[in-house]
Design a protein around this ligand. Structure first.
Ligand code: KIV
Ligand code: ZN
Length: 498
């Protein structure tokens, strides 16, 4: 008989904390609905006290989603908890996730406190959250570096206070799999009342151990895992949902089942990558572009004779249907719609028509249209609502001559033009933009990537622009990389020019 493992997705909270990955409420709802279809048990929708945007997202996701529990994060602070409870008012199933640091580093340096006081604060925050919701999860921040005996006292105290789930985060990604597993085992064996709560893993990937630690935690008794799509998250990220789901699907003998419909994994992976402008590394397990690509002759021969000689998973089980990945100029609206369905994007007829028009234009410039291109086309709507838009761009560039750019911008309906020269076409075009937008801004980071291959490919550009001490992120994708660079620059400017 298999045991059920609960999947707690924190893409929209821990994942979204990554600089440059912020989503607006509509995008968060889009992701939350696909998480629901994927079959996650809990969606951590945000940290309501942190900003009005986060508060609003928790409210709207609560309204939009039916069966997963909606969870809101708080510190061990009464005001945080009250605000979280308010944000969760429309959730059909709701959970407050509250907690405090328990390692000596946190107790001494973050709180200037002592162990006894931290236990009192932990009990108090759980009791306070219980006034609003039945389902209260407590996190012992930096549990990975908290000594097991003290951690067991904290866990016992919060369960007694009413916590239904206790999260054991390896906040700094420090643990090794045997240490993390032993920690969970110690708690399972030494905490009085442990049967009244579920232990949860929450592992960060600083040493590349997040998934291994999570699996070790589960094999030692944890029955909830906190994960993100594509493993996104602060620094090196969190444990990735798709890895954990496929590990337990592939290793049936471990007797662990999840509710994940693994065929939906590929679609949501592409969607999150595209909305968050966060490329997936090509060799990423399960969802990377090369995850199922066999390039060596020996492997190809083996796979052709019998897939299982070199593949432990069927790509179809994670939603990769190799026959339908590429669309061309001859593909009809129905083919595009089918692809969007696979990617978890539902569009009204009018919007589908617009995307189809844009698709045909792109297909004229580029032979094969892949999933990233399709998602980019869906996202173009964001640009058309911006205050500053690129009207036209003309550049002269070459070897042995100076590059010159002429540019036209539309700023809230008013037209502006400028020309400038530079050491290359991008430099010239950015200087021309700066002549129109006269602000003291500095380009801090500039990254160009081709999405797949071929000289007709779409180039994706990410930029970081510094303005008045803040860092603003810009993104664009275009078959013309100079245009993509200028659009990304303008995208960043749109974030601070009101
Ligand atoms: O990594 C961590 O400790 C966290 C907690 C806030 C749950 O994200
Ligand atoms: Zn975390």
């Amino acid at each position: 008989m298999s045991e059920r493992l609960f999947i707690f997705d924190t893409t929209l909270r821990d994942g979204e904390q990554v600089p440059g990955c912020q989503l607006n409420t509509i995008e968060k709802i889009q992701v939350a609905k696909v998480l629901e279809e994927l079959g996650v048990d809990v969606i951590e929708a945000g940290f309501p006290i942190s900003s009005p945007g986060d508060f609003n997202s928790v409210v709207e996701i609560s309204k939009a989603v039916t069966w997963p529990t909606i969870c809101a994060l708080t510190r061990a602070v009464e005001k945080d908890i009250t605000v979280a409870a308010e944000a969760l008012q429309y959730a059909k199933r709701k959970r407050i996730h509250t907690g405090i640091g328990t390692s000596d580093y946190h107790i001494k340096y973050k709180f200037n406190s002592n162990r006894e006081d931290i236990i009192e604060r932990a009990i108090a925050c759980v009791k306070f959250a219980k006034k609003y919701v039945e389902d209260v999860e407590f996190y012992a921040e930096d549990a990975g570096r908290t000594d097991n005996e003290y951690l067991a006292r904290v866990v016992e105290a919060v369960i007694k206070a009413g916590a239904t789930v206790v999260n054991i985060p390896d906040t700094t990604g420090y643990c090794l799999p045997d240490q993390y597993g032993a920690k969970i085992k110690y708690l399972m064996e030494n905490v009085k009342g442990i049967e009244k709560a579920i232990l949860s893993t929450h592992c960060h990937n600083d040493l590349g151990m997040a998934t291994a630690n999570t699996v070790s935690g589960v094999l030692n008794g944890a029955r909830q895992v906190e994960v993100t799509i594509n493993g996104i998250g602060e620094r090196a990220g969190n444990t990735s949902l798709e890895e954990v789901a496929m590990i337990f699907k592939s290793h049936r003998d471990k007797g662990i089942d999840t509710n994940i419909n693994t065929k939906k994994i590929y679609g949501i992976s592409r969607m999150v990558s595209s909305l968050m402008n966060m490329p997936v590394q090509p060799n990423k397990a399960i969802v990377g572009r090369n995850a199922f690509a066999h390039s060596s002759g020996i492997h190809q021969d083996g796979v052709l004779k019998n897939r299982e000689s070199y593949e432990i998973m069927d790509p179809k089980d994670v939603g990769i249907d190799e026959n339908s990945i590429v669309l061309t100029a001859r593909s009809g609206r129905a083919a595009l719609k089918h692809r969007l369905d696979v990617l978890g994007v539902a569009l009204e007829k009018e919007k589908l028509d617009e995307v189809y028009e844009a698709f045909l234009k792109l297909a004229d410039k580029k032979k094969d249209i892949n999933d990233d291109d399709v998602l980019m086309l869906v996202g173009e709507e964001r640009v058309s609502n911006s205050r500053i838009k690129l009207d036209y761009l003309q550049v002269t560039a070459g070897v042995g001559i100076q590059s010159v750019a002429s540019i036209g911008l539309d700023i809230a309906g008013e037209k502006f033009e400028a020309a400038a020269s530079g050491n290359g076409p991008v430099d010239a075009a950015i200087k021309a933009v700066k002549q129109i937008i006269r602000r003291k801004m500095t380009l801090k980071e500039f990254l160009i990537q081709a999405i797949t291959k071929g000289s007709d490919d779409v180039g994706k550009v990410h930029m970081q622009v510094e303005y008045e001490g803040g860092i603003y992120y810009g993104f664009s994708a275009n078959t013309d990389i100079v245009a993509a660079s200028v659009e990304a620059y303008i995208d960043a400017i749109n974030k601070f020019v009101k």
